[in-house]
Design a protein around this ligand. Structure first.
Ligand code: 13P
Ligand code: SF4
Length: 349
């Protein structure tokens, strides 16, 4: 959360208290100047900074007014009176903020900051599925671009995916685009799932027994975790509690002790008392949890970083505020249709 400090020295001291041992001393000195300047400029401009849980620790713990998972940040984006909104997250998140705030300036402090899930599906793909399965409602994970959301009935996040599917009360639901999240939702809701583009391609649809229809998108970070990783860490750290984001494979989720959104994973660590925790998610989040829980031991498999979340730096956040970069735009016809899907999700809760 944003530091309330009147001077650069106070900013540095706050960062040192919170982050020493996590961020190297030399980096703290340099980053304190950026943080001080960002927070000064943010006040001057009446801006709000929203920060996803995957932001690097020196940013996560210093400049965002609100931190959280995709659902919490969407809710905050829907409520805020501040303008501009600086989104320290990836493009689809900033787009969601713009969908909810057409009259405000939404800034993403990176030129690209994509997402392998958002890149896995197009609006035409959704139209194709609708032609193939007429009348079947379509849920899209929030990790998609606005034109894809515009073709769907309702959004969901990792925090509410099963509730959104159940809320639809439909015999069959199309769930896009994360293959693993869809399979995990199927497991949780007791539904049978097919992936029409690759599973049993020769069988006529009518002969398949299914209630969920998935897509073949994957998170390039979470797909890399394996059951062997879990087994090896359990051997090395008896008593470890394993937390897997639901973008991990169903086998990895089944081998874990807890699976939910990034914020719910953080809360789980806070509220439990284990000898150590293994986080199967983007690595910076482990640093962020460690800074908040210095007494807890976090085990992480840090060969795996999200290259898109890592695009967001303090330097670029300052630049975003100084020069109004990168301004997120969503064409109005797409925005209006995408908003229906986002609003429905926010209403479901
Ligand atoms: P959360 O909504 O759980 O924060 O997940 C967002 C994401 O992109 C995970 O990879
Ligand atoms: Fe996308 Fe995976 Fe990165 Fe999340 S961690 S933004 S799902 S690529």
């Amino acid at each position: 959360m944003a530091i309330l400090a009147d001077t650069l020295q106070e900013t540095y001291e706050h960062m040192e208290r919170k982050l020493s041992g996590i961020v190297p001393e030399i980096e703290l000195l340099y980053k304190a100047e950026l943080v001080y300047e960002i927070n000064r400029l943010k006040l001057e401009r009446g801006a709000i900074i929203l920060g996803h849980n995957y932001m690097e620790p020196a940013l996560f713990h210093t400049v965002p007014d609100v931190v959280g998972d995709s659902l919490e940040l969407s809710r905050k984006a829907a409520e805020t009176d501040c303008d501009p909104i600086v989104f320290c997250g990836v493009r689809f998140m900033a787009e969601t903020a713009k969908i909810l705030n057409p009259d405000k300036t939404v800034l993403l402090p990176a030129r690209v900051a994509g997402c392998s899930l958002a890149a896995s599906i197009t609006a035409e793909d959704v139209r194709g599925l609708r032609r193939e399965y007429p009348g079947v409602p379509v849920v899209t994970y929030i990790n998609t671009y606005a034109d894809v959301k515009a073709e769907c009935d309702v959004c969901c996040t990792s925090s509410n995916a099963a509730s959104v599917v159940e809320w639809l009360g439909s015999d069959t639901v199309i769930f896009l685009p994360d293959e693993y999240l869809a399979a995990n939702v199927a497991q949780e809701t007791g539904k049978r799932i097919i992936f029409p583009t690759k599973e049993e391609p020769d069988l006529p649809r009518a002969e398949l027994d299914y209630e969920l229809i998935g897509w073949h998108g994957r998170c390039e970070v979470h797909e890399k975790f394996t059951v062997d990783d879990v087994v090896n860490v359990r051997e090395q750290f008896p008593g470890v509690l394993v937390l897997a984001h639901p973008e991990c494979s169903p086998e990895v989720v089944a081998a874990s002790d807890f699976s939910s959104s990034t914020s719910k994973m953080s809360a789980f660590v806070q509220e439990t008392d284990a000898s150590s925790y293994l986080l199967l998610t983007e690595c910076s989040m482990g640093d962020n949890i460690m800074a908040d829980n210095p007494d807890k031991e976090m085990v992480r498999l840090c060969s795996i970083r999200c290259p898109h979340m890592n695009e967001i730096t303090l330097e670029d956040t300052l630049n975003a505020l100084k020069n109004n970069e990168q301004v997120i735009e969503v064409p109005e016809d797409i925005r209006i249709r995408a908003r229906r899907a986002v609003d429905r999700m926010l209403e479901i809760g």
